[in-house]
Design a protein around this ligand. Structure first.
Ligand code: PLP
Length: 396
């Protein structure tokens, strides 16, 4: 019989039914330390008291009106984002991929409004992940995600990440925008050289091209700054945000400069749910927490400790780990042994970690992780690595 639930996921046979801070509890009562945070979503851990309070208060008041009317929560949240980023304006979506759709539409529309409708090509990078809607899979360029869904969408040029000569070769009078994750998440926590990102900024400036940063995973404190671009000394023209923005409540956003957004006039885009009062109540509280003095200091302190300890851990298990990479609390352990087997063994030990491309085990703990919890996670990683080594030795 065909499954009642569309089988597009090969799901792990565990159902978490409760969460508390950095911990998850399964149906059978087993407790897990969560180093996945729902793929960088639960940045404040599970059942965060302030988010729960903001959401329940809103739930008792008003759930939904529509974007036909003013939504006060959107007005306040957009002001906070504008005040603390490069952006002049914000549009709220329900998800990351919807933010990507708008970013692409906005870039194309910018050139249309500049009397250059022929400039609609988007340059993107190998290893990118931008979501699963039609424009997003075309921007991502992953053949596995494109196969069987009809013709590719015109106007996407895929080039190797880090290769500025390749970018220059593909850029031309047809180019509208360049889209990039400042640190590639899904393909294996792959670092992009700051100099490359700065070279992209210059190339865009020199050629009237818009630079889009996809900060859906890197944004909102994950790398230790409010946004990853804050490390670089440059700013994008358009930026997509989602994941941590609602701390678990679905919400995304597109941030843009006034110039980049100039084509988005009344009627050019819309959404029924995007930015609804429930999402905005949580988003406003989440942003307040991230921007509170000391929050990002905590992220950097814990991240520094983890990176230092992971360096020692990987050196102690050279047959299991190849290297540690990433920034802040977005960390990849490049494996020598099978990443999937390591993840399963870690879970059996009570630690949730995530897969990523390139045989990488990805660590995305809540940003509120304590040093004690970090130590517990390191102990569980160490235990798991020792077990994998023992298995390897026994098999020889
Ligand atoms: C998760 C992610 C997306 C897609 O977000 P959804 O909410 O799943 O649609 C896009 N880009 C990046 C970098 C992501 O990490």
């Amino acid at each position: 019989m065909f499954p009642a639930l569309l089988p597009t996921y090969n799901r792990t046979d565990v159902a978490f039914v409760r969460g508390e801070g950095s911990y998850l509890f399964a149906e059978d009562g087993k407790r897990y330390l969560d180093f996945g945070a729902g793929i960088a979503v639960n940045a404040f851990g599970h059942a965060n008291a302030r988010l729960v309070s903001a959401l329940t208060k809103q739930a008792q008041t008003l759930w939904h009106t529509s974007n036909l009317y003013r939504v006060p929560g959107q007005e306040s949240l957009s002001k906070k984002l504008v005040a603390n980023t490069f952006a002049d304006t914000v549009f709220f979506t329900n998800s990351g991929t919807e933010a990507i759709e708008l970013a692409i539409k906005m870039a194309r529309r910018y050139h249309f409004a500049s009397d250059h409708p022929e400039r609609f090509h988007i340059v993107s990078f190998e290893g990118a992940f931008h979501g699963r809607t039609y424009a997003a899979i075309n921007a991502g360029g992953n053949e596995k995600y494109l196969e069987g869904f009809g013709p590719k969408m015109p106007g996407f040029d895929l080039v190797p990440a880090g290769d500025i000569a390749a970018v220059k070769k593909v850029v031309g009078p047809q180019t509208a925008a360049i889209i990039i994750e400042p640190l590639q998440g899904e393909s294996g926590v792959k670092q992009i050289a700051p100099d490359f990102l700065k070279a992209l900024r210059k190339l865009c400036d020199d050629n009237g091209i818009l630079l889009i940063f996809d900060e859906i995973q890197t944004g909102l404190g994950r790398t230790g700054k409010f946004f990853a671009y804050d490390w670089l000394g440059i700013t994008p023209d358009i930026m997509t945000v989602a994941k941590a923005l609602g701390g678990g409540f679905p919400v995304g956003a597109v941030l843009a400069t006034a110039d980049a957004a100039k084509g988005m006039t009344v009627g050019t885009h819309g959404t029924t749910y995007g930015g609804n009062p429930l999402a905005m109540a949580v988003g406003n509280e989440a942003i307040d927490m991230i921007l509170e003095p000391g929050f990002l200091d905590h992220v950097n302190k814990i991240a520094g400790y983890l990176h230092q300890q992971l360096g020692a851990l990987t050196a102690a298990h050279p047959g299991v780990f190849e290297s540690v990479r990433g920034q802040g609390l977005m960390i990849g352990l490049k494996m020598k042994t099978d990443a999937a087997a390591f993840i399963a063994a870690a879970r059996a030990n009570g630690l949730v970690v995530l897969p990523a491309g390139d045989n990488v085990v990805r660590l995305l703990p809540p940003l509120t992780l304590t040093e004690e919890e970090a130590r517990e996670g390191l102990d569980l990683l160490n235990k798991t690595a020792s077990q994998i080594e023992a298995q390897k030795a026994a098999a020889q």
